[in-house]
Design a protein around this ligand. Structure first.
Ligand code: UDP
Length: 340
């Protein structure tokens, strides 16, 4: 299979590229490096079946060529992280909606399959867990910027399903829950890499609010295997699937576990939300997927539990911090070539 990954130099995109290459597929990754990084794909440089294109999905002429080449498009390019979305809402909304339109239009005129990476954010602030794919979405007021992200991703889902119904474009929608693993940067405020780096440096571990909010964290390897399997399963077409882990944990307990696993002297501090995200911020109190649907179709089960995920992420950041590896890899000359 020939696979085009938008956002292919991002955290999840780069792991997906690896997974697809391992399965024998050819992969083209397109990324504008707004939040992705060459370091994430440097190790794929020598793979004959891998190519990287540095450009934006909004370049229609280029996308027409890439979609023509591909059998399936994994559309992962999107604004990442609540922090970025709150700080740059216009960019986030435009990236999400416009890029999705381009991908769907190109796929429609060429009869290609699209796997759209959506997000558990679309469930909004409902506390009725676990979240099922056919649940109502409960979003907050429009003057609370956080919800623009959920709304733009929900719009992507509506668009994808409309292209399926109107033009028969085979689309699959995956709602990703909090994904964790190597290469996830702390730059956009994601909680686990942030806590791990704070703990390793002996800095205060910053729990937002009272830390009673919950999440369920999934190993990136499990997530990308699910995405690859969903893209290949004919019965997944036209449907929405939760992808994640259902091991629920309070954020304050994540802080304590990371502190214990790193044997860190760091203090755990509680920071009011408005100091981080400004006023009008609303968090999701709980977030847990119901995995029945994806388990029934492709037999998916997360394989790595939180304790092991934390150990692996800690080991990864220890290595990075000890060797300064990321900086060195960033500086390495990388063979870039575009489709032009
Ligand atoms: N969080 C935290 N401290 C941090 C970063 C995040 O307490 O330094 C909290 C955040 O407020 C949220 C949870 O951890 O309640 C998960 O945040 P993240 O940005 O990783 O993902 P989200 O689930 O919000 O998309």
């Amino acid at each position: 299979m020939r696979c085009l990954i938008t956002g292919g130099a991002g955290f999840i995109g780069s792991h997906l590229a690896e997974e697809l290459l391992r399965a024998g597929h050819a992969v083209t990754a397109i990324d504008d490096l707004s939040t992705g990084s060459l370091a994430n794909i440097a190790h794929l440089e020598s793979e004959a079946r891998f190519r990287f294109v540095l450009d934006t999905v909004l370049n229609r002429q280029l996308m027409a060529e890439l979609v023509e080449w591909a059998d399936v498009i994994f559309h992962l390019a999107a604004a990442v992280g609540v922090k970025l979305v709150v700080e740059e809402p216009i960019r986030a909304m435009e990236t999400n909606v416009r890029a999705t339109e381009v991908v769907l239009e190109m796929a429609a005129s060429r009869g290609k399959k699209v796997l759209f990476a959506s997000t558990s954010e679309v469930y909004g602030k409902t506390s009725r867990v676990p979240f099922r794919e056919d649940d109502d979405l409960v979003l907050g007021a429009t003057w609370r910027p956080r919800w623009s992200y959920a709304c733009s991703k929900a719009m992507g889902e509506f668009l994808a399903l409309a292209y399926w119904r109107t033009y028969g474009v085979p689309v699959v929608i995956a709602r990703l829950f909090n994904t964790v693993g190597p290469r996830q940067t702390n730059r956009y405020g994601m909680v686990i890499p942030t806590f791990v780096r704070q703990a390793l440096r002996g800095e205060p571990i910053t729990v937002h609010g009272d830390g009673q909010q919950t999440r369920s964290f999934c190993w990136v390897g499990d997530v990308v295997r699910a995405l690859a399997a969903l893209a290949e399963h004919p019965e997944a077409v036209g449907q929405v699937f939760n992808v994640g882990s259902d091991e629920e944990v309070r954020i304050v307990d994540v802080a304590w576990r990371i502190k214990a696993l790193t044997r860190s002297p760091s203090e755990i501090v509680f920071v009011p939300y408005d100091r981080i995200y400004g006023e009008d911020f609303e968090d999701m109190p709980r977030r847990v997927p119901d995995l029945t649907k994806i388990r029934t179709l492709i037999g998916y089960r997360p394989t790595i539990r939180l304790e092991e995920i934390l150990k692996r992420v800690i080991a990864h950041h220890r290595r990075l911090m000890e060797s300064g590896l990321r900086d060195r890899v960033e500086e390495r000359r990388f063979q870039l070539f575009s489709a032009h």
